[in-house]
Write a protein that binds this ligand. Structure first.
Ligand SMILES: O=P(O)(O)OC[C@H]1O[C@@H](O)[C@H](O)[C@@H](O)[C@@H]1O
Length: 435
């Protein structure tokens, strides 16, 4: 297991809310190796003591349930280096600061525009054999950009290690539960096909508005922020053929095969919208950092077919949005009108013609499907465990990352060309009305 972690962007939101709490939780659970060393790095001119205070405060706020001794142990393991990504020497210094000569894990908890500079600086610094670089999403702005980033990562890690393209949804307990429904012995085993499912919706609707993140969000939008990565990954888990063996290579092959089968959505089967003022929430275009001319969508929906024998005739819909009436985060399985005994009694009784499987929190999905909570931190514990242990189950391969753009890119181009109207919905509503 890798015992050294360099966290670039250590003073930021992702690190403070998720990564540092997940590290403390991992430490408490005995999932970090002996002698684990953490180097936080960012542009602030801080020293070790200032960073230690920051870590302690973030853990107090976001990991209050983790035993104090584990939180303190993480604070004690933390060092800090100021880095300037345009000065590779500062990055080399941060790499060296973690001590030792074994492999290093580097986590880019950075705004995506900084990924290329960070990867170049790490390449120039030189990483020890067996090192890994974890890159957050969105992975590139489009297919060409994702290819360029993959090429840079290959240069930087070369034959010394590999890249780990994070998608924390792959680490969510609810997604694992979902995967279990269709496995042999699962409630839906034997019924996981177009013959039984007319339509599958992957829905991630949030009450949260773009608010304080609007400056970042306006360059990202609903597709790049959630749909192209998180929802596409849920889709792969749902729709892929089960891997031939439990080996990771077979898992990635199955996911890639599925992505290759996704048909590019018809432009008319896509929707984009942004929220206007509603209740206490000001209009998206009035949020700080928003340029209305960018026409950034805060709601997106794509409907498409999956060209495999299993799914011929099933419609797939991915939908996400901000500032909506309710947090609805779930997979909705629309069951075809069943013959009386085509479904197990518990599915028929609890679901009617729909089976809804929550993707968040602890709720009962019906049909005996209990889903664990809490999702977020658990997901990042899984991500960090995989990163340090060399697994890639919660990661996306280079080919998968590119393939996930292949069918989204044409949609974004059509939108940019104005082929699909940008609809509006009041904040706090159910979204744009029926299309
Ligand atoms: O609920 P979670 O685990 O934070 O995941 C949802 C979030 O995922 C993030 O990746 C997106 O940037 C956010 O906009 C979104 O809210």
């Amino acid at each position: 297991m890798i015992a050294r972690l360099l966290l670039l962007g250590a003073t930021g939101d992702l690190a403070g809310r998720f990564l540092l709490p997940a590290l403390a939780a991992s430490l408490a659970a005995g999932r970090l190796p002996e002698g684990f060393a953490l180097v936080g790095a960012a542009e602030q001119d801080w020293d070790d003591a200032r960073f230690a205070g920051h870590v302690a405060a973030r853990l107090q706020e976001h990991a209050g349930d983790v035993p104090a001794a584990a939180r303190q142990a993480l604070v004690d393991a933390a060092r800090y280096r100021r880095v300037d990504l345009t000065t590779p020497g500062t990055v080399a210094d941060a790499v060296a600061a973690s001590g030792g000569s074994g492999p290093l894990a580097v986590y880019l908890a950075l705004p995506p525009v900084l990924f290329p500079a960070a990867v170049r600086a790490l390449g120039a610094a030189g990483l020890p054999p067996g090192s890994r670089i974890a890159v957050e999403k969105p992975f590139g702005r489009d297919l060409a950009d994702a290819r360029a980033l993959n090429a840079l990562l290959a240069q930087a890690t070369g034959d010394v290690g590999d890249a780990y393209r994070v998608d924390h949804f792959l680490g969510m307990p609810a997604v694992a539960t979902l995967a279990g429904l269709r496995r042999p012995g699962g409630v839906l085993a034997g019924r996981w096909s177009a013959e039984h499912l007319a339509r599958v919706d992957v829905v991630w609707e949030e009450t949260l508005d773009a608010g304080g993140r609007a400056g970042f969000y306006d360059r990202t939008g609903a597709v790049r922020d959630v749909l192209q990565n998180h929802l596409v990954q849920v889709l792969t888990v749902l729709a892929m053929e089960l891997p031939a063996t439990p080996a990771e290579a077979d898992l990635h092959r199955a996911r890639l095969d599925l992505l290759r089968s996704v048909r590019v959505p018809e432009v008319t089967a896509t929707r984009r919208a942004r929220y206007t003022a509603g209740g206490p929430v000001p209009a998206y275009v009035d949020a700080d950092g928003v340029d209305p001319a960018r026409c950034t969508e805060t709601f997106a929906e794509l409907e498409f077919a999956v060209d495999t024998p299993r799914w011929a005739g099933t419609r797939f819909v991915l939908r996400t949005g901000k500032a909506l009436a309710a947090d609805r985060k779930r997979v909705v399985l629309h069951l075809r009108a069943p013959a009386p005994d085509a479904w197990p009694p518990e599915v028929r009784r609890l679901a009617g013609d729909r089976l809804e499987v929550p993707l968040d929190g602890a709720r009962h999905a019906g049909a005996g499907v209990a889903v664990q909570a809490p999702g977020e931190r658990t997901a990042y514990v899984a991500v960090l465990t995989d990163l340090l242990s060399g697994s890639s189950r919660t990661a996306v391969s280079a080919a998968e990352a590119e393939e996930a753009w292949r069918f989204v890119d044409p949609v974004l181009r059509a939108w940019a060309a104005g082929e699909v109207p940008l609809e509006e919905y009041p904040a706090g509503s159910g979204g744009p009305g029926p299309g």
